[in-house]
Design a protein. Sequence first.
Length: 110
Amino acid sequence: MKLLFDQNLSRRLVNQLTDIFPEASHVQFQGLAEATDTEIWNFAKHNGFCIVTQDADFPERSRLYGSPPKVVWLRCGNAPTNQVEALLRSGEPAIQSLLSETELHCLELH
């Protein structure tokens, strides 16, 4: 599954989750550290990524425009990286459903 972690998430998640999300990347690894939300959205759309974020901007775009790209919205506040990792691991089945169901555009994980 090609997940693209937003700037507000740790780059370490890419390596920590490689066993379940081997194609994950981070905006910094894609040269998008200073990119606007629109640039990140378009990159994800054209490269088959699902955006993972803690920011409400991408879920709002998803509501307005649908997908692609799909969005995983992490609603865990300013949690440590290990808690974010645990949330993504426990949410893996829901993330897989999001990516496979054409009518789903955004997933909130709490």
